[in-house]
Write a protein that binds this ligand. Structure first.
Ligand code: DC
Length: 229
């Protein structure tokens, strides 16, 4: 059975992971949330008071970081482990969200993460979501999706998600965080967020999860029929 690499990139809170997870489950592929890797690194830096503007501190800290994904039966998805600790829940915290874009803009951090992401794609059969997956990590991926959604829809989605963790959070805090992250992610020097030339734009503002999955599966089918892998 032919297997391909599928990349899903886009701005924060477009539902990339939701679509990637559903696609991976449907196709029996591996799902990788690359943002979780940057979030776990940020959590490590915050916990250990690492100054990410100090190159030698960053390089030393990265030597002590092991990131792994393990399948969680209860949630039917893969979850991230930082040095053998499951941090899937902790990395969704606002304090991580407020610092992750700065950490993800550091060259050494990106090189560290991209090296591991490429290894995960060695055997294909993978759906990876992030910001630079179709441009930098897998520029030869068979299917690249660039997911978009109306900014107001994205804020509402992230607000609802964050409320389950923090009942005191306000919609303005969420809105500001998304705007700041999107700005830093798309203006950084190394591997900024941008649509790959050969990516297909999918706007899911008015699509149900079922409908967007249907569209994505149709694209996969087409690619499987036409790709030489
Ligand atoms: O997808 P997310 O919101 O969990 O990602 C968290 C941050 O990580 C995001 O603000 C930018 C960064 N990121 C990145 O720079 N490159 C990726 N491939 C994935 C995420």
């Amino acid at each position: 059975m032919k297997k391909i690499i599928i990349t899903i990139d886009g701005y924060s809170s477009c539902g990339k992971s939701t679509l990637a997870k559903a696609l991976a489950a449907e196709l029996n592929y591996v799902f990788v949330d690359s943002g979780a890797m940057y979030r776990a690194i940020t959590l490590y830096f915050l916990r250990n008071h690492i100054d990410w503007n100090n190159k030698s501190q960053v390089v030393k800290a990265l030597e002590n970081i092991t990131l792994e994904f393990g399948y969680c039966d209860d949630n039917a998805t893969s979850e991230i482990y930082l040095n053998d600790e499951n941090v899937e829940w902790l990395i969704r915290d606002m304090v991580v969200a407020e610092n992750v874009s700065e950490v993800a803009a550091v060259k050494e951090v990106r090189e560290f993460a991209v090296r591991q992401q490429r290894k995960m794609g060695d055997t294909k059969g993978i759906v990876m979501d992030g910001r630079d997956i179709g441009t930098t990590v897998f520029p030869d991926a068979e299917l690249k999706i660039f997911l978009t959604a109306d900014p107001a829809v994205r804020v509402e989605r992230r607000f609802r998600e964050m409320l389950t963790k923090n009942p005191h959070i306000t919609i303005d805090e969420v809105k500001t965080n998304l705007e700041v992250r999107d700005y830093i992610d798309s203006h950084r020097e190394f591997s900024p967020l941008k649509k790959a030339d050969d990516a297909i734009v999918l706007d899911n503002s008015n699509l149900s999860m079922k409908d967007q999955l249907k569209i994505a599966l149709k694209l996969v089918k087409e690619r499987l029929e036409t790709s030489k892998v």
